[in-house]
Design a protein around this ligand. Structure first.
Ligand SMILES: *[C@@H]1O[C@H](CO)[C@@H](O)[C@H](O)[C@H]1NC(C)=O
Ligand SMILES: *[C@@H]1O[C@H](CO)[C@@H](O)[C@H](O)[C@H]1NC(C)=O
Ligand SMILES: *[C@@H]1O[C@H](CO)[C@@H](O)[C@H](O)[C@H]1NC(C)=O
Length: 116
């Protein structure tokens, strides 16, 4: 009886851990996913549909314009120049703590770039 419950507990803990790590590995760090989706949300016009790949069917490292660090799978570079994007820059972008380069040249953003 004791062994059975220990085994059940073990499997429970294992599955909770597995679920959490799978979610992180397949879709990336949730904070970063939210920040990137908020960034997409604040763009009112994307005539070339460059942000259509920005959806939760794949890890954000595979999204258009995003370069991740290989080791930690974190957004290092966000490069969306000449995409004719219109909109504001979401303050959520400040949550991408490893972002080093933000290249949004030749788009129509208004408002200021939030500090980090
Ligand atoms: C996700 O990112 C946030 C902010 O950069 C960080 O504090 C947190 O530890 C990260 N979580 C994981 C599981 O990497
Ligand atoms: C989601 O992104 C994938 C590419 O990563 C793309 O093929 C697919 O059409 C996108 N889905 C939507 C609903 O835009
Ligand atoms: C991310 O940034 C926004 C706006 O700056 C903030 O409201 C939010 O609490 C931050 N943290 C997470 C985990 O999304």
């Amino acid at each position: 009886m004791f062994l059975t419950s220990m085994r059940l507990l073990f499997f429970y803990v294992f599955f909770v851990w597995l679920k959490a790590s799978l979610a992180t590995n397949i879709l990336g760090n949730e904070t970063h996913v939210i920040a990137l989706l908020q960034f997409k949300e604040s763009i009112s016009n994307d005539p070339y549909g460059v942000l259509s790949s920005w959806n939760t069917s794949s890890h954000f490292c595979n999204w258009h314009g995003i370069t991740c660090s290989i080791k930690h799978q974190r957004v290092q570079q966000l490069s969306l120049q000449q995409c004719q994007l219109h909109g504001t820059i979401s303050p959520y972008i400040g949550n991408l703590s490893f972002l080093r380069t933000l290249n949004l040249a030749s788009n129509s953003f208004y408002g200021e770039i939030p500090g980090r």
